[in-house]
Ligand binder design. Sequence first.
Ligand code: RB5
Length: 154
Amino acid sequence: MKIVIGSDHGGFRLKEEIKAFLKKEGHSVTDAGSYDDRPSDYPDFARAIAEKIMTGKAARGVLVCGSGVGACIAANKFPGIRASVCHDTFSAHQGVEDDSMNVICMGARIIGPRLAEEVVAAFVAARFSNAARHRRRLGKIKDIERTYYRDDLL
Ligand code: RB5
């Protein structure tokens, strides 16, 4: 799978561990930065990841900051991005199966590298169920995007 990964300074070290894990598992991984642990701003990496997914250059994204929260808030501002903070395997696969989550956010100050690998593995192995009720709910999210994500409202 084509996966784009990114972090701010708070998530840098965990991002590096997850990147190595995903490559070992045979995925094609694009690193959107950061490239060191100097202070940086998570919206920049949320944007870089979202743009790769919105343009079809990656199927899924992994975004790491200190808590996962700031990165997740920023990622969900992009149309077509469905991001969530997940620190457990159930949320990681169910979020894809039911909600078509395409970006997983994690907090390096919350979760250790070995559990993070299991969570990310559950995320990338999962597929959207395509069940009618879930498609209906996604349609309602798309309606919200169409209605409110307008330049003249910003
Ligand atoms: C940066 O210190 C920290 O605020 C950031 O990594 C993240 O935790 C925000 O949600």
